[in-house]
Design a protein around this ligand. Structure first.
Ligand code: HQG
Length: 189
């Protein structure tokens, strides 16, 4: 059974992220305004552009074993999309949700001064990404350098009228986080 620990599939997973979040046209794939692409077309385009082939079984295994559950099929498995993290303009149809009182954001120490001034900005993505627990936030922060975890007063933000969304894979999303809603750690990890 294919899984994402197989290096071939790990690379394929990364490639899938790139295609489904950032650049479907890199392999000539059409994406609808809700972020869905045709499974049949995806398999065919991957097979015509990449060395390691793919079929529905392999794709299903990658979707199932993805460590962050980044992708979803539609009900009849004819379409696939990424659950969050897009830079291409899509409307994933998220409903507003009430977040827990606190959420966490992992970033690099080097970003702290700027975040203190400007708050958290979504950069190239649609939203600022927030985690439910500190451990996940540390892992996210490590991708950018020496990690630091910020505590976000999400409950207060929501009560102040700021919208929150929760992706299918439990990443909390909001447009931006102003400095007054961020608790900075006294000592850095
Ligand atoms: C930082 C991964 C300076 C922000 C993860 C982050 C996540 C600022 C970086 C998902 C700033 C953006 C997203 C400001 C924000 N000044 N730096 N004012 N505002 N930043 O990759 O949150 O594996 O776009 O702190 O698990 O790191 O791809 O966002 O360091 O869920 O599925 O600017 O990506 O998921 O970086 O990660 P990113 P992120 P996947």
């Amino acid at each position: 059974m294919a899984n994402q620990n197989d290096p071939k599939n790990k690379n394929l997973g990364k490639f899938l992220s790139y295609i489904l979040r950032h650049k479907p046209m890199a392999i000539g794939l059409e994406m609808d305004d809700r972020g869905w692409v045709s499974v049949e077309a995806l398999i065919q385009k991957i097979n015509s552009t990449r060395k390691h082939g793919i079929n529905l079984d392999i794709l299903t295994a990658i979707v199932k074993s993805d460590n962050k559950q980044r992708y979803s099929f539609n009900a009849d498995k004819t379409m696939i999309r990424a659950n969050q993290g897009h830079s291409v303009l899509v409307d994933l149809g998220y409903e507003k949700s009430i977040p827990p009182e606190y959420l966490y954001h992992g970033t690099a120490v080097i970003n702290l001064d700027s975040i203190k001034q400007k708050g958290l900005l979504r950069r190239s993505r649609h939203h600022v990404h927030l985690s439910l627990d500190k451990k996940t936030a540390v892992a996210v922060g490590k991708r950018h350098g020496k990690p630091v975890v910020l505590t976000i007063k999400s409950g207060k933000m929501q009560r102040d009228g700021i919208a929150f969304y929760c992706s299918e894979n439990n990443v909390w999303l909001t447009e931006t986080v102003a400095p007054q809603y961020i608790e900075f750690p006294k000592s850095i990890l």
